[in-house]
Design a protein around this ligand. Structure first.
Ligand code: ASP
Length: 263
């Protein structure tokens, strides 16, 4: 049996005042895991809590694109080899639920109108996402990584995308290896300027370092120092096959929290 664990963040630029909001989501995931729930259930429900919290740039509080639309990206991957992601889906306040439904389909990812049409077919109700005007530090996407008692890991991430981005823009969150990566009992999630994260293929490279034996924190320090261009605000969370999850950002603004079951 593995020790169940959770680590979550509220975005690279969200600010420490959002810590309590992240802790609430971690507590939800911990409760699910303690009562025998799977890593997927725990990661999705914690992510939904954060999507429903209007202070975050995900779900309800997603920032408008340059044309005033609200387009959401979300992804989930599991250590048993499954993956689901949606890109620029509209009228879907909880895109992580649609991404999670894709875990068991032949198709991994869907985008735009096609994603929404498939969500209709699957019975996900359409509902206008409120959104909010873009602001300077709109790098307050959300992410959760969970490990359940069987040692399985899931990483769930959701965003409305950075401020000042056009409709149709694709950030790191729905791109495998960039905003998320889970492999052989290691999960990594990223937040911050999505273009920089994508160019650095950050999550995959951090996971590789951890799998090669580097400590979680050391791997993140390496990625933030060596795999990014100057000035890009970025944060990471990671969880291994044992021990507690960890978070680190290159600013002091990323609220993150973790939990591990008692032995
Ligand atoms: N990484 C997200 C994106 O570029 C933004 C964020 O993390 O806040 O869409």
């Amino acid at each position: 049996m593995a020790l169940a664990a959770v680590v979550a963040h509220g975005g690279a630029g969200a600010g420490p005042e959002r810590l309590a909001n992240v802790e609430r989501a971690v507590a939800i995931a911990a409760g699910i895991l303690e009562s025998g729930g799977s890593c997927v259930e725990a990661a999705v429900e914690a992510c939904v809590v954060l999507e429903d919290d209007p202070v975050f740039n995900a779900g309800t509080g997603s920032v408008f694109r340059n044309d005033g639309s609200v387009e959401l990206d979300a992804s989930i991957q599991t250590s048993d080899g499954r993956m689901g992601f949606v890109i620029a889906i509209q009228e879907t306040p909880n895109p992580i639920r649609v991404a999670a439904r894709l875990l068991d389909q032949e198709v991994n990812g869907l985008t735009g109108d096609g994603a929404r049409t498939w969500a209709d077919e699957q019975g996900f109700p359409r509902s206008q996402v409120e959104g909010r005007p873009p602001f300077q530090r709109a790098t307050d996407t959300v992410g959760v990584i969970t490990r359940d008692g069987n040692g399985n890991i899931a990483c769930a991430t959701s965003t409305g995308g950075c401020s000042d981005r056009p409709s149709g823009r694709v950030g790191d969150v729905p791109l495998p290896g960039c905003g998320f990566w889970v492999q052989e009992g290691v999960g990594v999630g990223a937040t911050g300027i999505g273009e920089a994260i994508t160019r650095g293929m950050l999550s995959y490279r951090v996971a590789e370092k951890i799998l090669a034996g580097m400590d979680l924190e050391e791997s993140m320090i390496w990625a933030l120092e060596d795999c990014l261009e100057e000035g890009a605000e970025v944060g990471l969370i990671a969880l291994g096959s044992e021990g507690t999850g960890h978070g680190l950002a290159n600013s002091k603004n990323m609220p993150w929290a973790s939990w591990i079951a008692r032995k």
